[in-house]
Design a protein around this ligand. Structure first.
Ligand code: F6P
Length: 537
């Protein structure tokens, strides 16, 4: 990545007062924003100037972004370390024509599976398929990572549209998770969906077996009450799930990109197939925009360039995602996997060591709650944390518009406060107005200074509908892709999760007491000994 020209610009830009940029360019909000449909991405409250933006945009051409983008949409095997195409976009390509992998159009299969999902979801919702005790009242999705975070996030996000059975998600191998979930449910009227791309993930398979035993013991009928979502159809069969209850997807759908297909089945059962279609269409609309818009007008590209500017150029180690939307409470967790599993890499596609920082730490919480927890550090801590706000113009509760206006005012206030800050002079003035003087005035004033000039972006949308949710998720997926292309890494593998899995497997018999901890490091052996001592008491 050619960052040299940007590094020079960065040292000037860091001293640039963001507020001052609005004074010299009154139309800055319009020229430093991008929109598609009704979604608006405002990045004017950053230190990005025309010159910086031009230099950032030049990176796209240097990296061959247009041809990489075409390669992804055209089904080329851009996931080079796993030899796979990357085609989650095909899952939402409702009317976009053929998409080929190895010369074969994948769309007939995609649309056929989608239609099977629609039929099954509507049968569950309408009571045409039932459990041993009658119509399904509850659905438990068992999955982890990409087979959990997307549907969990979307189920919360679309709760105003949820008119199907109750949904529950079990992901953690900690028995507390499944125990607390199943305790409230009727084993004869619960549908269990086992979602695992590989159908080997230890957490998911352990939970699936526990759920099956619970159902058998409670008079349920696993043969009728289990469904599976997977790319490993031989394994779903071996588990005993009837073929007509298995919804498959190909290896060119990465786990963290999979909510658009069968992994989204619980969401479809919750909100219905029409609302799920609207979600897909929102994603597809963002794809169309991403493929067609010039770089400067291209929302995913500009979101990515702002990310590159803050992380790789200015060196800010984390980014906060701050949805002022309670129903997006799981969006930061979803983005953590999407961004950190995709771009948390230090080796470039060609095997060389990355010479720039990898993707940032992504974290966040909905506003206004975060304001009463960690915003102190964002405003006055020593590190700059670029903030990504998001908020709807309107909420779903017409009788509570006063709540929504307060929410909106708070969101806008935070980005304004981060930019504007409060000078020592202003803080002194406030203390003087309170009657303080001398050293005490000075001391108190210093605590009330806000450095300001802290960058943020704001994503605004009319209302959190299924279509808008689809736009937002596809926007961030493409942002991750663009950042990955500019970094020259493979955003679609996840080798960094393997070592821990292997060591957990080798520790299993040691923790069970079947093997000794000899050969393990002193710390690990001592921790095992502690657990065994306390377990045996
Ligand atoms: O451990 C990482 C991971 O492989 C994720 O990439 C994936 O989303 C998750 O595990 C679950 O995998 P699976 O769907 O195969 O159970």
């Amino acid at each position: 990545m050619q960052l040299n020209s940007l590094k020079t610009l960065a040292s000037d830009a860091q001293d640039e007062a963001i507020l001052g940029l609005f004074e010299t360019a009154p139309n800055r909000a319009q020229s430093f924003s991008a929109s598609t449909g009704d979604v608006l991405f405002d990045y004017s409250k950053t230190q990005i100037t025309e010159e910086v933006r031009n230099a950032l945009i030049a990176l796209c051409d240097e990296a061959g972004l247009a041809s990489r983008r075409a390669a992804m949409f055209d089904g080329e095997k851009i996931n080079e370390t796993e030899g796979r195409a990357v085609l989650h976009t095909a899952l939402r390509n409702l009317d976009g024509g053929p998409v080929e992998v190895d010369g074969l159009d994948v769309m007939p299969d995609v649309l056929d599976t989608l239609q099977r999902m629609r039929v099954f979801a509507e049968e569950v919702r309408g009571g045409a398929v039932t459990g041993a005790g009658g119509a399904f009242t509850d659905v438990v999705n068992i999955g982890i990572g990409g087979s959990d975070l997307g549907p969990v996030m979307a189920t919360h996000a679309l709760s105003p549209y949820h008119d199907g059975p109750r949904l529950h998600y079990v992901s953690n191998v900690d028995g507390a998770h499944i125990a607390d979930t199943l305790r409230q449910l009727d084993p004869t009227r619960t549908l269990v969906i086992v979602a695992s791309k590989t159908f080997t993930t230890i957490e998911t398979m352990t939970n699936a077996r526990t759920a099956r035993a619970w159902m058998e013991d409670g008079g349920g009928a696993p043969g009728k009450q289990f469904a599976a979502v997977s790319s490993a159809l031989d394994k779903t069969q071996a588990f005993g799930i009837p073929q007509e209850r298995v919804f498959g997807f190909a290896d060119w759908v990465g786990g963290r990109y999979s909510v658009w297909g069968p992994v989204g089945l619980p969401v479809m059962i919750a909100v219905g197939s029409n609302a799920f279609d609207a979600f897909l269409r929102g994603g597809q609309a963002m794809d169309v925009h991403f493929r067609a818009a010039d770089w400067v007008e291209n929302m995913p590209v500009m979101l990515a360039l702002v990310g590159i500017w803050h992380r790789q150029v200015l060196g800010h180690a984390s980014r906060a995602v701050l949805p002022y939307d309670q129903r997006l409470l799981r969006l930061p967790a979803y983005f953590q996997q999407l961004e950190m599993e995709s771009n948390g890499k230090s080796v470039a596609m060609d095997g060389s060591t990355l010479t720039v920082p990898s993707g940032p730490v992504v974290w966040g919480e909905p506003g206004t709650n975060g304001q009463h927890a960690f915003y102190q550090l964002i405003h006055q801590g020593t590190d700059v944390i670029p903030c990504e706000f998001m908020v709807a113009a309107e909420g779903h509760e017409p009788e509570l518009t006063h709540h929504h206006r307060l929410l909106l005012a708070n969101c806008l206030a935070q980005s304004e406060a981060l930019m504007r800050g409060r000078s020592l002079g202003e803080a002194r003035q406030r203390m003087a107005e309170k009657g303080l003087e001398g050293d005490e005035l000075e001391r108190q004033a210093r605590h009330r200074v806000f450095p300001g000039n802290r960058p943020s972006t704001t994503l605004m949308y009319p209302m959190l509908t299924p279509f808008v949710l689809g736009q937002i998720i596809a926007l961030y997926e493409h942002r991750v892709f663009v950042e990955g292309v500019l970094l020259g890494i493979n955003s679609f593998d996840q080798w960094g999760v393997e070592l821990g899995k292997e060591l957990a497997t080798s520790l299993g018999p040691i923790v069970d007491g079947e093997e000794s901890a000899t050969g393990k490091d002193g710390s690990t052996a001592a921790l095992v000994a502690y657990a065994m001592r306390h377990r045996d008491q």
